[in-house]
Design a protein around this ligand. Structure first.
Ligand code: MN
Length: 300
């Protein structure tokens, strides 16, 4: 090929979580976040649906289209609306929250709803019960069927033990996905959670293989990407090995940007950065470098 021609470096869409930019969910704030994402080199904005009742789907969708960014949505469930509960009324409210979230995702033009879709967010007081797991399987099977009609794929994000007692490892996610047995359910891994629960950044990615549908890339303290102790070279290598073509979304949180609901759920108590443009821009370069290095190494 001629020098100077554009090389298609990698197939992934690179995203950034909206809480890098704003804790508000009105259409103006989300539209500004979409424009800032684009300016920092991202093509996807991930929106938390924790404050879903305050969102204007149509106006937000128009703002995302104008900015030229795709969206993905994410959430966890709540203690009174949790499909992993043994209480049928609480399970039903969890299903309701998921149905509402699927419809919101589609209304804003998204095709991915991911996160802790299988349990309340926060430290559990006891292990998941057998009945609770049965309820997850049957609820998510129903919800996945509903999602098909909206063109939405559901992600099972594997989270650390302080956020859920359901899925802490990729192996658990594979087993749950097997039991739910729906074509529009995929596995979502997050380097930050993997760093707490998995043996390394490689094995869970290789195990998930072609069922991996979404990646969160974040540092061990959720601050500047590359400033901590996670071995991202091996993470990107593993993604390259399985031929991962899905989205890779940067997550980072600081007390500088506060969501009244999500910041507390995520235990964001400290200031890890003030300058979100610097944070997001550097992370975008870091992801680019990591993916290019992994792709180049594979040419050997
Ligand atoms: Mn995550």
């Amino acid at each position: 090929m001629k020098a100077g021609m554009t090389v298609n470096k990698y197939p992934n869409t690179i995203g950034v979580h909206a809480l890098v930019w704003t804790g508000q969910v009105d259409a103006d704030s989300l539209g500004a976040a979409a424009r800032q994402s684009k300016a920092a080199g991202y093509d996807l904005l991930e929106l938390s649906l924790h404050d879903i009742e305050e969102m204007d789907f149509a106006a937000s969708r128009a703002a995302f289209a104008e900015a030229g960014v795709e969206i993905a949505c994410s959430r966890g469930l709540a203690h009174d609306a949790d499909v992993s509960s043994e209480d049928p009324a609480i399970v039903d409210r969890g299903v309701g929250l998921l149905v509402e979230s699927i419809e919101a995702t589609a209304a804003m033009g998204g095709t991915i709803l991911t996160g802790a879709l299988y349990s309340a967010f926060g430290k559990a007081a006891q292990p998941l019960s057998a009945k609770g797991r049965e309820n997850i399987v049957s609820a998510l099977r129903t919800v996945a069927e509903h999602a098909v009609g909206f063109g939405v794929t559901l992600g099972l994000e594997v989270c650390n033990r302080y956020e859920t007692n359901v899925l802490n490892t990729a192996r658990q996610a594979i087993a749950l996905a097997d039991d739910i047995d729906a074509d529009n359910i995929m596995i979502h891994l997050d380097s930050y959670h993997m760093n707490i629960e998995e043996p390394n950044q490689v094995r869970p990615i290789l195990e998930a293989g072609d069922r991996l549908g979404y990646i969160h890339i974040g540092e061990n303290n959720r601050g500047f990407l590359g400033s901590g102790i996670i071995d991202f070279a091996t993470h990107f290598w593993a993604l390259q090995q399985i031929g991962y073509e899905g989205p890779i979304t940067f997550e980072s949180f600081s007390s500088a940007i506060v969501s009244k609901s999500l910041s507390n759920d995520l235990a964001i108590w400290r200031n890890l950065w003030d300058d979100n443009v610097q944070l997001a821009t550097l992370a975008r370069y870091f992801i680019d470098n990591g993916l290019v290095a992994a792709a180049t190494a594979a040419l050997r």
